[in-house]
Ligand binder design. Structure first.
Ligand code: SAH
Length: 407
């Protein structure tokens, strides 16, 4: 039975942070290590205060400066006036039969995003959103149908991890621990480059969540220039939403392919994983009946990626209201996987999780105040208008970045 919890009781509100009225205080969740250090140095404090603050916020889950007892009273009072620790509000929590949990976080102006926790025997994976909606128009994705509003700030991205941790700590089955994070929620993470990189840095920072780089995965539909830039600033695990064995099919279902075709994308993948370092890229491949699921497609796919250290993750298509595709049959998926394996490609089929609460891949919709007016248009994407952030990682990114969206 699916359980839905609406967060209105004082008890739960007490666990989550107090709703902050809009004000000029900086949100410390926007700061990665370097920015936090700069912040304390500017206050005239020693750099190690940054380590203390990261530990309080992320390891102990403390958001109230008064509880940070190793900071002097003067520092705490100063912090109260200029800073805050503020995460988006959880307004709804749904739990699936299979233990998957989905949260709806409300943002300003009626926007909302979704985050999903997927428990497995050997891990607990949090699927995190990077944008309100998505500017890309993958034809089989529910988020894409919602249109796009804006990029999430670093605080709103890492805040999803913070809030999920806090809520799960006090749930009855408190063995639920986040061991892995995948940037596979709403949005295209590489179109929100700076904020996503800062948030992933916090996920991996030993004084914050301390996850290993193998346990933090960025998933992209193929924003090639941003993928090339990512290598210079991060070495998280890479997943690529390939979904097609040739440009003809991919142009149709993942339209960013018209701007960055498969050949360019695969070159960028090779460059990122840097074969010498024994890393692999995961190619995601959604199984759409009659579109990309024939044996000839599997053979074509195998030939395409045979020189790239990689594995293929077949994703059964998850339907959503208004979707025109059908999921391939189990037989077709199995045949596809066997064909890949026979060609020497490691291939697995992703188990669908949380579909009873619309928490499965591609079903996340949140609430998007669509700035692209997508529903009023024919579903085509003007690829040339996609803007990719080109500046260096901005460590002082307290302000939300609005680049990287459809202009
Ligand atoms: N924009 C990024 C992050 C989204 S990740 C990306 O494209 O990689 C979500 C994964 O689920 C992607 O591989 C996406 O293509 C896939 N997906 C989207 N809609 C789906 C659906 N309806 N059924 C199954 N998988 C879907």
């Amino acid at each position: 039975m699916v359980s839905v919890v609406l967060f209105q009781t004082p008890y739960v509100l007490q666990i989550l942070r107090r709703k902050q009225l809009s004000d000029n205080r900086v949100n410390l969740l926007n700061f990665d290590r370097q920015a936090m250090t700069d912040f304390f140095v500017e206050l005239g404090e020693k750099p190690f205060r940054a380590t203390q603050m990261l530990k309080w916020i992320y390891q102990f889950g403390v958001s109230d400066f008064d509880e940070m007892t190793n900071l002097s009273k003067a520092v705490r009072e100063n912090l109260h006036t200029i800073a805050k620790v503020s995460v988006p509000d959880v307004v709804e929590q749904q739990e699936s039969d299979d233990g998957t949990i989905k949260w709806l976080f409300s943002l300003e102006n009626g926007n909302a995003i979704e985050t999903v926790f997927i428990p497995e025997n050997d891990r607990g994976t949090l699927c995190v959103s990077s944008q309100v909606g998505c500017a890309l128009e993958c034809s089989f994705c529910s988020t894409a149908q919602q249109g796009f509003n804006r990029n999430l700030s670093t605080a709103e991205i890492i805040g999803q991890v913070w809030a999920a941790n806090q809520v799960m700590k006090v749930m009855p089955r408190n063995e639920r621990v986040i061991s892995n994070v995948v940037m596979m929620g709403m949005g295209e993470p590489l179109l929100n480059f700076n904020n996503v990189v800062s948030a992933m840095d916090l996920m991996m920072d030993d004084n914050a969540y301390g996850l290993s780089k193998r346990r933090v995965t960025i998933s992209t539909s193929g924003v090639v220039p941003a993928l090339e830039r990512l290598k210079a600033v991060s070495d998280v695990a890479l997943a690529v939403s390939l979904h097609a064995p040739n440009d003809e099919i991919r142009d149709e279902i993942v339209p960013i392919n018209k701007k960055y075709p498969i050949k360019q994308l695969l070159e960028a993948c090779k460059f990122y994983i840097d074969a010498e370092h024994k890393r692999k890229v995961t190619f995601e491949y959604v199984m759409l009946e009659g579109i990309n699921d024939q044996v000839k497609h599997a053979k074509q796919l195998a030939a395409l990626i045979k020189d790239i250290p990689s594995k293929v993750n077949l994703i059964p298509f998850n339907p959503f209201p208004g979707s025109n595709y059908k999921c391939s049959s189990n037989n077709a998926i199995d045949r596809f996987r066997q064909t890949l394996m026979k060609s020497g490609i490691i291939a697995t089929t992703r188990k669908t999780r949380g579909d009873d609460i619309d928490a499965a891949c591609g079903q996340l919709a949140g609430k998007v105040v669509d700035k692209t007016k997508r529903r009023l248009r024919k579903p085509t994407v003007s690829i040339n208008s996609l803007k990719v952030e080109s500046k260096k990682v901005d460590k002082n990114n307290n302000k939300q970045s609005h680049t990287g969206r459809m202009q």
